[in-house]
Ligand binder design. Structure first.
Ligand SMILES: C[S@@+](CC[C@H](N)C(=O)[O-])C[C@H]1O[C@@H](n2cnc3c(N)ncnc32)[C@H](O)[C@@H]1O
Length: 279
């Protein structure tokens, strides 16, 4: 089977509407700890890497002097600019953030990222480049604060997606290859961050059992459809994709259904860190 670098495709899997209204409105809101670590100040210039449709970016902007959001999705940035025209944002594939010379010129006090680095760092060939670009964006002494998926994040859904592809005859290697995520151990993230020149200040991993939405188009089905799009893209037709989604949901039914209120939980594992560019 031919090799495909999923990260060079131009498909935009992100729908701002599904993301923030039906599938995952909790992503930018369950962020108290990472916001506290960022601790935005009125004098701060902050770069938000993988800002999405800007809900969290706009919130941070109310506490800072200047905020710039960058995200690889045209759909997300279009929604951002419609909702928050007063906050600066633009489309940047952050695997190549280093090419944005007006950003990577030591003008930011802080670099922030929420729920995006496990997508942006997926490609091993650009991983170090991403972190080095974050480093280059900071003033000496500046800090980076990030929260993203850690090792074992959404493992039950991840495994079900891979299993479904194998069921369709996709090789296990290929099924792993099309995964759009890099979920590192805390130690692996620390190695990457330090290799880019940062001083590691602190890091932690947290299991966050997260109840999914119950609205039409949301829940585990909506989650699989939106976040699993790169896996489902391997299948030949819309019919196959719909069948696959039904089967994955059926598999997960016995795993994540909560006994006490019939809600559905996914085991999110959050990895957060704070690092500093030396003076
Ligand atoms: C789960 S959303 C998080 C958005 C936002 N930070 C929040 O907290 O709501 C992940 C975001 O990462 C972005 N992303 C994924 N790969 C990217 C890349 N290579 N460059 C820039 N952004 C990327 C997606 O477009 C998406 O908006």
């Amino acid at each position: 089977m031919s090799q495909k670098n999923v990260n060079t495709e131009s498909r935009d899997i992100w729908s701002a509407e599904s993301y923030s209204q039906t599938v995952a409105p909790f992503v930018p809101t369950l962020t108290d700890t990472v916001q506290a670590w960022l601790d935005p100040q009125p004098s701060d210039a902050i770069l938000d890497v993988g800002c999405g449709d800007g809900i969290l970016t706009a919130k941070i902007a109310t506490h800072a002097k200047h905020v710039v959001g960058v995200d690889g999705s045209n759909n997300m940035i279009a929604a951002f600019q419609q909702k928050y025209p007063h906050v600066s944002s633009r489309v940047v594939d952050c695997r190549f953030l280093g090419r944005e010379k007006d950003i990577t010129n030591q003008t930011f006090d802080k670099v922030f990222s929420n729920a995006a680095m496990h997508w942006i760092l997926r490609d091993p060939t650009t991983r170090l480049e991403v972190m080095s670009a974050c480093f280059a964006a900071l003033k000496p002494g500046g800090i980076m604060v990030s929260e993203s998926g850690g090792l074992g994040n959404v493992a039950e859904v991840h495994a079900a997606l891979i299993g479904e592809l194998i069921h369709h005859g996709v090789t296990p290697e290929r099924a792993r290859e099309v995964s759009p995520w890099w979920f590192p151990s805390l130690e692996s993230m620390k190695i990457l961050v330090e290799a880019s020149g940062f001083k590691w200040i602190k890091g932690e991993v947290e299991l966050r059992q997260t109840k999914l939405t119950e609205v039409e188009g949301g829940g585990i089905k909506g989650w699989v459809r939106l976040f699993g799009a790169d896996f489902l893209h391997e299948l030949g037709s819309d019919y196959e994709r719909e069948q696959a989604i039904e089967r994955i949901v059926e598999v997960l039914e016995g795993v994540g259904r909560r006994q006490h209120d019939n809600g559905f939980s996914v085991n999110y594992i959050r990895l957060r860190f704070k690092a500093q560019k030396p003076n």
